[in-house]
Write a protein of this length. Structure first.
Length: 800
């Protein structure tokens, strides 16, 4: 039935990816000819030029069309997010990417003539012009990833895409547009609306002039989507004329007819709706974090109408969903070498949400909820990501379908709690109806379709802060006073005095992260407007403003701070409390010396600290300390102000930041050696330290108040023997529901034997299709770097 899908899959699963610079060429040309235009108008012209000039193609078997790069499976360099140096290109080629010599020469010429005043272009000046360099010192210490080295890191040089001292930023789009604006109205109606708003303007103040420019750019953006569709329509009809196979000829004609109707008009069929969605998705790229939202909800009416009219079968609809998954596999992005450590395995977070409840509280599950999982089972690809919202009303059958997928080795869906995410929104004043409509963006960040906006999400390394605390504010890598002086670590008289000093250092450093976020947001407002995204947000056209300059959206979660390694800090504090204060077996001076020696010569002492209580074993001694650290985090982060007037929200995702974060961190009192991995996520125990089974892990996690987090992350790994029978699958489904309806926020699984992972590391050619869950995304195991492969291998392997 799905032979077409197998043929397409063979084409999109490749070992080497070409680097493309056509988008850079077009961008440079637009900027050269629009030097005197404001940034908003320049962005509109860029979208128009991309739609007109980027190469297009329709491959054999395709039913959904639209390329994301100028070459098949290519990675298109976008200079709006940073400059690629020759060193970075050389690093890509060493890692197996492909770029011909002429393109390399052209790229360097483009770099010479391109002013890197991008989203990250002005931050370095601000940080370096500070007399006390308080932000810069902490960026160099590795407070957020990747660490800065020199001023060039703040000038957009070094690899782009969150390379330059940023974690995740506004350019990576942790916001969710309202796809239904085009799906329900068509672009013609939206263009007319923008033109009417423009006509009504009177130039009585500066804001009215800004709005005029905004509407001009919005019209260009919507017309760009139309242009792209027109080009594909013409190409499809041209190919149909030459096609000799009658079946393929009709398919090409259908593609041509589809693209001539959408996106100007509301789709008439499920196929037209998917194609319309895909053109939006393409024009909103290059984001690696572009979410699909509640796809089963806004697409279901189109499927239902087709099914009832006899225009489509369930199998045909699943085939279209498979085609869309494989199109997503073509959208490839990468980043500089430092960031590739953080985002291992072609990290991409195109998150599509299924299940949950409707805005009225009734269950939202429908046929598409199951069919999206069917498509994942058929294609067996890591992208797009699927997340299943679990409510008390979620059917057992949907949970079991999700378990079937993870049993098959897909490592998806992830499972998230409707109750916890909804509570997160309502505690910030969001209406219950809006809160129930949440979707996941990026890894696991919560947003509302068109009605909220997460900007910077810097990966903030708690163990780096703990290092600063242990050294009285000194960055031992360069001797600078990067933090604040909180006292001699060896002289604290009791645990509460020590914890108070740690909390003081924590608040200073995280406060600096808030300042850094504001600089990034301000620069984004000035140099990186986004007319298309802005128009597709809540009152996006009526507002007349770029999304990053608005103050009137229902939930203004403007910025975030993401905690990395807090479990290591909690485990460390528990070990200190037990061994240094309660039992008085060691002094703080002895511990300090052992850590400075990286435990060398202190092996027996290290064993005692490794044997101290560890999070993930349902031990109240350590669980309460970890929960206390997280409460400190969730209480403090929302006090950080933003340049938009919105709030800063606490977040708990790691991507693969626990690897580079660990490299930046010295030895820790939990027994960890310097430079080694940290615990991943926020609710995951340190690798190998959870020894009491999966239920104990969940019980530890439930002691943490997870509702105030915008996201948390819990990774678990099961041996395939744990899911042999239907009863095993039902047991896991029940465990998932129990956790997520009793305080848990998120859980995800890898079901793969350790022996299989080891063999895949040694014989990658035999395991090209092996998919594993990393953080909030999945990846082919053989595409991970060696350190991340070892991290996945060493996760505790559970049975039920």
């Amino acid at each position: 039935m799905y032979e077409r899908i197998e043929r397409i899959k063979k084409r999109v699963i490749v070992d080497h990816y070409p680097i493309c610079i056509e988008k850079y060429r077009i961008t440079a040309d637009v900027l050269e000819h629009s030097k005197h235009d404001p940034a908003m108008v320049q962005r509109g012209k860029m979208l128009k030029a991309y739609a007109e000039r980027m190469p297009i193609a329709i491959a054999d078997d395709e039913l959904i069309v639209g390329l994301g790069a100028s070459k098949p499976m290519g990675l298109e360099i976008d200079p709006n997010y940073g400059i690629w140096t020759q060193d970075e290109i050389d690093s890509l080629i060493e890692d197996g990417y492909i770029m011909d010599e002429q393109d390399q020469k052209d790229l360097q010429e483009l770099n010479k003539n391109h002013d890197p005043a991008t989203q990250i272009g002005m931050q370095g000046d601000i940080f370096y012009e500070q007399e006390d360099e308080r932000i810069l010192k902490l960026l160099k210490a590795g407070l957020v990833l990747p660490p800065w080295k020199d001023k060039s890191e703040g000038r957009g040089v070094g690899g782009g895409y969150a390379q330059s001292g940023l974690g995740l930023g506004p350019s990576l789009v942790l916001l969710l547009v309202d796809y239904t604006k085009i799906l329900e109205n068509g672009t013609l109606a939206l263009i007319e609306q923008a033109k009417e708003c423009q006509k009504e303007l009177r130039f009585t103040d500066a804001e009215s002039i800004d709005k005029f420019r905004y509407y001009r750019a919005v019209v260009m953006a919507f017309e760009a989507i139309n242009t792209l569709a027109d080009r594909y329509s013409a190409l499809a009809f041209e190919m149909a004329e030459k096609e000799t196979d009658p079946v393929r000829k009709e398919e090409l004609k259908t593609i041509g007819e589809t693209c001539s109707w959408i996106p100007r008009h509301k789709p008439r069929t499920f196929r037209e709706a998917i194609q319309c969605f895909w053109f939006q998705f393409l024009m909103l790229s290059p984001s690696t974090t572009l979410p699909g939202g509640r796809f089963d909800q806004y697409m279901y009416p189109f499927y239902k109408a087709d099914l009832e009219a006899g225009r489509i079968t369930k199998e045909e609809a699943i085939e279209l969903l498979c085609c869309m998954r494989l199109k997503d596999m073509e959208l490839n992005r990468t980043s500089g070498k430092n960031n590739r450590k953080k985002n291992a395995g072609f990290a991409k977070w195109h998150n599509f949400i299924i299940g949950g409840v409707k805005t009225d509280g009734t269950d939202a599950t429908n046929d598409l909820s199951y069919m999206l999982l069917d498509a994942a089972l058929i294609t067996k690809t890591p992208h797009h990501t699927i997340t299943l919202r679990v409510a008390p009303s979620t059917p057992k059958e949907l949970l079991l379908k999700g378990v079937e997928c993870i049993k098959a080795g897909l490592s998806m869906p992830a499972f998230v709690s409707d109750e916890s995410y909804t509570e997160f929104f309502t505690m910030h004043g969001v209406s219950l109806e809006d809160a129930r409509d949440f979707a996941i963006t990026g890894c696991l960040d919560a947003n509302l379709p068109g009605k909220s906006r997460t900007g910077p999400v810097p990966m903030t390394i708690m163990t780096v802060i703990f290092d600063l605390f242990r050294h009285n504010g000194i960055n031992v890598k360069n001797g600078e006073l990067a933090g604040i002086q909180t006292g001699d670590f060896t002289q604290f008289k009791d645990f509460e005095e020590l914890f108070a000093a740690w909390e003081k250092q924590f608040k200073y450093c995280v406060g600096i992260v808030g300042e850094r976020n504001n600089v990034e947001l301000k620069v984004t407002q000035e140099v990186l407007p986004d007319p298309l995204r802005s128009a597709l947000m809540y009152n996006g056209i009526e507002s007349g403003k770029d999304i990053w300059c608005r103050h009137d959206i229902p939930f203004d979660n403007t910025a975030s701070v993401c905690t990395i390694g807090m479990v290591n800090v909690g485990d460390s504090l528990a070990a200190i409390k037990k061994l240094c204060f309660d039992e008085k077996k060691y002094t703080l001076k002895e511990l300090y010396d052992a850590l400075e020696a990286d435990w060398v010569g202190y092996e027996d002492m290290r064993k005692d600290f490794l044997d101290a209580p560890k999070f993930g074993n349902n031990d109240p001694y350590v669980d309460e300390i970890v929960a206390r650290c997280y409460k400190m985090f969730t209480d403090f982060v929302p006090t950080l102000t933003t340049v938009t007037g919105g709030i800063t929200v606490p977040c708990g995702i790691s991507i693969t930041s626990h690897q580079p974060g660990g490299l930046l961190t010295g030895a820790t009192p939990d027994g960890r050696k310097a430079g080694t991995l940290l615990a991943d996520g926020t609710m995951s125990p340190m690798q190998g330290m959870d020894t009491h089974g999966p239920l104990a892990v969940l019980q530890s996690a439930m002691k943490v108040d997870q509702d105030p987090f915008q996201a948390t992350l819990l990774n678990m790994k099961f041996h395939p023997s744990a899911l042999k029978t239907e009863a095993d699958m039902e047991k896991l489904a029940s465990m998932i529901r129990t956790y997520l309806t009793n305080g848990g926020k998120h859980v995800q699984f890898n079901v793969v034997a350790k022996e299989t992972l080891i063999d895949a590391k040694e014989n990658p050619a035999a395991h090209r299709d092996l998919v594993v869950r990393i953080a909030g995304y999945s990846a082919y195991f053989v595409q991970l770097n060696e350190s991340m492969q070892e991290e996945v291998i060493n996760r505790t392997e559970h049975t039920l």
